[in-house]
Structure formats: C-alpha cells, structure tokens
Design a protein around this ligand. Structure first.
Ligand code: ZN
Length: 192
C-alpha cells in the first residue's frame, strides 16, 4: 500500500495536487489545489491508487464495485479489474442518483462503493442508498482522497488512499496575500 508521502508524491507528479496561491470557487484562498481527474488520465498511476483500495478490501468477498459518475467511474473500473469483479456506475437523472443503461444490483450482492474525492460524502451516501434500495449489501467504501477531515461516517468499513484537509482562508486573511509574493490563480474548473 502507498504511504501518505508516496500518495502525495503521486498526486503531485500527475498534476492532481498543485501548490501555489489559488482562488477557490468559494472565494477563499488556498496554498494547495486538488483536481483528482488529473491523476486518472494516467492508467499506470491510477493502477497504483486502485491497488491500495483493492488490497484494503481483498478479504471482503466483493462481488461488484459501484462508483458515481463522473469521478467514480474510472476508480470503480480499475478497482474492479484488480478484484476481478464487474464495475458499474450510478448517475443523476433529474438530480436523483440512480442506475441507468441496464445496470443492476442483485439482492444480497456484496458491493464496494468507490469515489475519487470525498468532501461532504453526499454522492457516496446517495450511491449507498441506490445499492441498498436494490437489496445489495454495502460492504465498504473506498476513496482516493478523503478531504472531510475525518468528518464523514458512512456506517461501513471505509478506506482512503490519502486523507487530506486542504487549508484555506478568507481572502482578507490569506497569509499568501499578506506576503504579496504570488499572484492568485483561479484553477480551470470547479474544486473537487
Ligand atoms: Zn491569497
């Protein structure tokens, strides 16, 4: 399994974890920015991250891996490939998380729920509900990056590759602005 430093290096190397001076969508400033999709463009790096989760759940008789679109699709696919199970994904229809495309979960099926980044845990909670409504048994939750600061509790075995609480400040209290050294950058897409 990857230790914290190895995981941080992997995210930095792939451009998923940036360091600098960032303006977040919330209006706050931060010295770090995480865009998890950046790492998922590299299959060999994704394989290493997924291995961490596959190993964490290899004794749990997982029969199906499910992740929410978009972030969870690639994670589910690669974790499932390593656990030798199928992978499916949930998506939103009229804002409601559901299974589409003929995907189904069998009653009693042992399901691992995965996601790229967890902040509030909302999407994962919704996937858990979809699995349970189908009669599946959620045996655990695996995430690449837990940004909740240990605040989320899914009521099941939960493992993450990296626990990371990214610091941010109100713009007028930002120490980087006070130092006046760096221009503040607004990253291209929404912070995840
Ligand atoms: Zn600032």
């Amino acid at each position: 399994m990857l230790n914290k430093q190895e995981a941080i290096e992997l995210f930095k190397r792939s451009g998923a974890l940036l360091e600098g001076h960032f303006l977040l969508t919330s209006g706050r400033h931060s010295n770090q920015y995480m865009q998890c999709a950046q790492v998922l463009q590299y299959p060999d790096e994704t394989e290493k991250l997924a291995r961490h989760l596959a190993e964490a759940f290899q004794e749990d008789q997982v029969e199906l891996v499910v992740g929410p679109a978009m972030g969870g699709i690639i994670v589910a696919y690669e974790v499932a490939r390593q656990l030798k199970t199928p992978a499916i994904f949930t998506e939103r229809q009229d804002k409601e998380m559901c299974l589409r495309r003929g995907f189904s979960i069998q009653p009693g099926q042992r399901v691992l729920v995965v996601e790229d980044v967890v902040t509030t845990g909302g999407s994962v909670e919704e996937v858990i509900q979809v699995v349970q409504e189908a009669g599946g048994e959620v045996i655990g939750v695996g995430v690449l990056v837990d940004r909740s600061g240990g605040q989320v509790d899914f009521g099941t075995k939960t493992r993450s590759v990296l626990d990371m609480d990214i610091q941010s400040w109100e713009a007028d209290k930002c120490p980087l602005c006070s130092e006046g050294k760096l221009p503040v950058i607004k990253p291209g897409s929404r912070s995840v």
